[in-house]
Design a protein. Structure first.
Length: 118
């Protein structure tokens, strides 16, 4: 069992930046690929970014490429999402998730709200 706790959300003006953090419980953090997803009001949850276990493969949704950066710190069992040049359409609840194998994510955090004002 893995518990994920996100933080770092908030209200920011368009063009601003935020850094989200997700701390994972347990000693198996290095065995999980980590991902960030988001869900805006009235919309389905969508993929934002993912990072492999060994930190050498990072994938981003087209909508955030060049603006968001995912990273991980094994010593802190933490995955980050640095969000720059934020836009109002980035407003959503952001969730982190992890998976050990396959395409399905096994565990999810409770989410953190990001609101970007125009």
């Amino acid at each position: 069992q893995v518990q994920l706790v996100e933080s770092g959300g908030g209200l920011v003006q368009a063009g601003g930046s935020l850094r989200l953090s997700c701390v994972a419980s347990g000693r198996t953090f290095s065995t999980y690929a980590m991902g960030w997803f988001r869900q805006a009001p009235g919309k389905e949850r969508e993929f934002v970014a993912t990072i492999s276990r060994t930190d050498n493969i990072k994938t981003y949704a087209d909508s955030v490429k060049g603006r968001f950066t995912i990273s991980r710190d094994g010593a802190k069992n933490t995955v980050y999402l640095q969000m720059n040049s934020l836009k109002p359409e980035d407003t959503a609840v952001y969730y982190c998730a992890c998976r050990q194998s396959g395409a399905e994510y096994d565990y999810w955090g409770q989410g953190t709200q990001v609101t970007v004002s125009s």
